[in-house]
Write a protein that binds this ligand. Structure first.
Ligand SMILES: *Cc1c(COP(=O)(O)O)cnc(C)c1O
Length: 422
């Protein structure tokens, strides 16, 4: 019997029956068959505390007794107010205003719309295009598809349907690159800005780690340089920290590596510890205050039904409390040590003929292969060893839950290596 559920990113002709998950605890989920799998991806990078974390589950239950939902149009409630204050506290200084929505894609749509309206209100309506980077991924809604990598970004078939934006080359200088190497990346960025700044509202980037576009890891100096270029060309800087936020790159936010404050910043995936879908788009005073004015055009005409959902806000507050009280940044350092030791320092792996590159940043590691065909069967291979890996394209990666033990982290890295060094 075929299921009516239409799965994401799946080729219908070749899809395998999806295993049914019945529960989970810590870094593992459990299948109907009783089989448990160690989740090396923490469910698309969001379940940072693992499954069934008692404090997060309780937060949802307690909030459910009080208030499950109420509109944010003209009303406010304690969890939304408190979460907004917390997000202002923990994000780079200057991001003082929070617009809630229900997913990373919508959070990015909000950011882009805000940037265009910002320039409109300042008398520059011609600044209505985005500048994005090759290898970028910003979501699957139309506005977001249009700023994903137009060639490798899985949406090229929709090019006739999507608005046209500008793209700069993906930065290539790695994390520890010297300023000369980063200067080449910045020169490429400058040249697009020089030619097109008159119609560019905002530069969008996934700071430090371009995630779904191929786990490209880059230098904090690039973020600093981008900040300066944006100021020079009157372009807003938008950090899409949907994937990088909440510790993934080793600091609470990728922006923290560079000490750079974007004009707009988007958070989602780790925001609620993955327990409910939610997102936040933060803006500086400069952006926010531009919307203060007498004309009807000054209102920001956006309002997802479920924005600021009390259950999501409440569990996000709990997630953040656990993150800080249990010092997750230290846990991430420990995970990073294993990833470096087990993958980066393994000469046999790095020199394997199928391996193009091995990269590690914070609690993220990727083995990039020379041809996607080299990863065919890798997921089934891992499952036989009790590990849930979901490679895509040329990338076999892990983004584990931060509560993953050292032994489990080693099981993940061992499984990833074993695929090549059989
Ligand atoms: C996942 C992701 C998105 C989209 O978030 P959704 O919640 O899936 O809509 C946007 N930007 C980045 C960087 C992401 O990793």
């Amino acid at each position: 019997m075929t299921s009516p559920v239409w799965h994401p990113y799946t080729h219908l002709l070749t899809q395998q029956a999806a295993p049914k998950v019945v529960g989970g605890e810590g870094p593992r989920f459990t299948l109907e068959s009783g089989e448990t799998l160690l989740d090396a991806t923490c469910s698309w990078w969001c379940m940072i505390h693992g499954y069934a974390h008692p404090r997060l589950v309780n937060a949802i239950k307690e909030q459910a007794d009080v208030l499950c939902h109420v509109m944010l149009g003209g009303l406010i409630h304690e969890p939304a107010e408190r979460l907004a204050r917390e997000l202002v506290r923990i994000t780079p200084t200057g991001l003082n205003h929070v617009f809630f929505s229900d997913s990373g894609s919508v959070g990015m749509e909000v950011a882009m719309k805000m940037a265009v309206q910002y320039h409109h209100l300042r008398g520059k309506p011609e600044k209505h295009r985005m500048l994005s980077l090759m290898k970028a991924y910003h979501g699957d809604t139309s506005g977001c598809m249009a700023v994903c990598d137009p060639e490798e970004g899985m949406h090229s078939l929709f090019s006739g349907y999507l608005p046209r934006h500008h793209f700069a080359p993906a930065p290539r200088a790695p994390y520890d690159a010297g300023s000369d190497e980063v200067a080449r990346d910045l020169a490429a960025l400058r040249s697009v800005l020089e030619r097109h700044h008159q119609d560019i509202a905002a530069l969008l980037m996934e700071p430090l780690l371009q995630a779904a576009g191929g786990l490209n890891m880059t230098s904090p100096l690039y973020l600093k340089g981008a900040r300066e270029l944006c100021d020079e060309y009157d372009v807003l800087l938008v950090f899409d920290e949907v994937a990088t936020g909440f510790g993934r790159t080793g600091r609470l936010f990728a922006a923290d590596h560079a000490g750079a404050t974007p004009d707009i910043m988007v958070l989602s995936k780790g925001l609620t510890g993955g327990y409910l879908g939610h997102a936040a788009t933060l803006a500086t005073d400069r952006v926010h205050d531009t919307f203060i004015g007498k004309s009807p055009l000054h209102a920001f005409m956006h309002g997802p039904t479920f924005m600021g959902n009390p259950l999501a806000c409440r569990v996000a507050l709990e997630s953040l409390a656990v993150f800080e009280e249990e010092n997750y940044l230290e846990k991430i350092v420990a995970l990073n040590r294993v990833l470096c030791e087990a993958l980066l320092d393994d000469e046999a792996l790095r020199h394997h003929p199928q391996v193009a590159d091995v990269r590690v940043q914070g609690a993220t590691a990727v083995i990039e292969v020379t041809d996607a065909a080299h990863l065919e069967g890798a997921a089934a291979f891992a499952r036989d060893r009790g590990v849930w890996l979901r490679p895509f394209g040329r990338w076999l990666y892990t983004m584990p839950a931060y509560i993953t033990s050292e032994a489990d982290m080693r099981l993940i890295t061992h499984t990833m290596k074993a695929w090549f060094l059989k």
